[in-house]
Every structure is written in C-alpha cells, then in structure tokens.
Design a protein around this ligand. Structure first.
Ligand SMILES: Nc1ncnc2c1ncn2[C@@H]1O[C@H](COP(=O)(O)OP(=O)(O)OP(=O)(O)O)[C@@H](O)[C@H]1O
Length: 264
C-alpha cells in the first residue's frame, strides 16, 4: 500500500509541483489520474517513484516510511516501474535488446534469464521485429512500446504509466489495454495518468482529480467523474457514457458505451 501524507514538492527553480497532497493507494488497485497540463500528475508519479524528494510530508510504502536515501531509491527501482510519457527520456542503449535487457541485468539475473525476459516482453508487446534495431531508428509509438517492455522486464509490483496510449495506433492501443488488464489480474498495482476520461471511467477503481498541484478529489469513478462541478474544475467533460445516459433519461451504472448499449 502507498500512503502519501501532506506532500509538498517544489522544483529547484521555485515552481510548485505539488501542494498538500494526501492519498492512499491500495495494493492491486487500478488508479487513474486526471488533470489539465501542469496539474501535477507527473510530479506526483516522480515522488511515488522515489525520484523527487518532497520538501514536506510523508511517503509510506508498505507500512515503512520512505526516506529517499540512495539505497532506498535503488530498492524502489525493483518495486516500482515508471513508463514515462516521453520514451526518449527512457531509451538510451544502442539496441532495443540492450535497452530491455538493462533492467534485468541490474537485477543481477544471468544471461539466460535476461534473454528470457527480453523475449517474453518483445512477444507481449508484439515487437519482436524491432529487437536488433537502434532506438533512434524507431517511430515514436515503437519507442513507447520498447520503453514499456523495458519496465515490464523488471517485473515490478507497482507500475506507473504516464499517458500509455499516446502515439499508439489502434492495434497497439488494444495490445496495451490487454497488457494493463493482465498486469492487474496478476495482482499488480497500476497507476495511469491520462487525458482520456472515457478510458479512466471504464478502467479505474479509483480516480484522482488534480488541479494546480493539489488533489481536488480521490474516489470511485462514479463519485468523481459524474460530478459536473469537479469535472469542470479540471477542464474536462463528463465521460461520454454518462452524457449519453443523461440524454437518454436513464439512470445507468454502465461504465462504457458498450455496456450501456447492452443495458438498454
Ligand atoms: N522539471 C521541471 N522544472 C520546473 N517546473 C516543472 C518541471 N516539471 C514540471 N514543472 C512544473 O510543475 C507543475 C506540475 O507539472 P507536471 O508535469 O507535474 O504536470 P502534469 O499534470 O503531469 O502535466 P501534463 O498533463 O502536461 O503531463 C507545472 O507548473 C510545471 O510547469
């Protein structure tokens, strides 16, 4: 379980990234983070990942207070994987194979185990043909897939995805969807930052609405995303399925258009 208590993070040049952020994330849950550009979603992920050390507040991971020491940060890298919004931040090796192998290598696995993890994740993402390519030769969407494969190859318990669907075509969006579902079925905790209200409403157990570095609501999708005032505050429309049910004049608990169509 992750517990954040009154976290404040200010960037070195003075910009407030997070202000008085408190949040509990249960193990194995699916949590979506919504908010306009600059609302603080990535800043929060960088705290949870151990990269940004808050100036104020407490971060408690599995009952123990996380103190952001180098040793703890190293342990954290095994436990929490972060797929950055921009894959160029993540990829650095000379080949796709080396990039995906880097994490398992640092875990101290032997060559056979490393190869097995690379193969498994190339297959999972459907990108076997990219194995020997240099990351700079890839399209942006392909880089994103390699970045995801690299994080999954570490087999972390908690995975943070910053805009996982950005730049992916429909087929790879579906693959990513299946991967995220599968991770959750394996009992992993998945946190996703997204600008897509329909995805968040259908997918999440808990939705966190952020504005100007603060959390303005953290609750079930229904309690957060069906609330017009809250959604307006973060500059977002209600999910389409909620708008549609309202137009049709029905009280619906459906979380997707597909489910709504089956209901009527
Ligand atoms: N490296 C940085 N240095 C200084 N300020 C930063 C830095 N990164 C983010 N900020 C600032 O921190 C605040 C929160 O930004 P953050 O990147 O966390 O927002 P976000 O919700 O992830 O936005 P987006 O949806 O655009 O990814 C913004 O005011 C932003 O300008």
């Amino acid at each position: 379980m992750i517990q954040l208590k009154n976290i404040q993070y200010t960037y070195p040049e003075g910009t407030k990234g997070l202000e008085d952020v408190s949040l509990t994330i249960e193990s194995g849950s699916k949590v979506a983070f919504l908010g306009e550009n600059g609302a603080g979603k990535s800043s929060l992920f960088l705290v949870i990942n151990g990269i940004h050390k808050p100036q104020k507040g407490e971060f408690i991971l599995d009952e123990a207070r996380f103190k952001f020491t180098n040793k703890e940060r190293k342990q954290m890298a095994r436990k929490i994987g972060y797929v950055f919004q921009d894959p160029d931040v993540q990829l650095f090796a000379a080949s796709v194979y080396e990039d995906i192998a880097f994490g398992p290598f640092n875990l101290g696995l032997n060559k056979k185990e490393i190869d097995a993890r690379v193969e498994k994740n190339l297959n999972l993402l459907g990108i076997q043909d990219l194995k020997d390519k240099a990351p700079h030769q890839l399209s942006y969407g392909q880089k994103k897939q390699v970045a995801v494969a690299g994080v999954l190859a570490m087999e972390p318990e908690i995975i943070l995805f910053d805009e996982p669907f950005a730049w992916l075509d429909n087929r790879h969006k579906q693959i990513m969807n299946d991967i995220i579902d599968d991770l959750n079925q394996q009992g992993k905790t998945v946190l996703i930052s997204t600008h897509n209200p329909d995805f968040a409403f259908e997918w999440a157990d808990k939705v966190v609405l952020m504005k100007e570095g603060r959390i303005i609501a953290a609750d079930s999708p229904e309690k957060t995303m069906c609330n017009k005032t809250l959604m307006q505050e973060i500059g977002m429309e209600l999910p389409l399925v909620v708008q549609l049910a309202e137009k049709m004049g029905i009280d619906s608990y459906s979380r997707s258009i597909k489910a709504l169509l089956q209901e009527v």
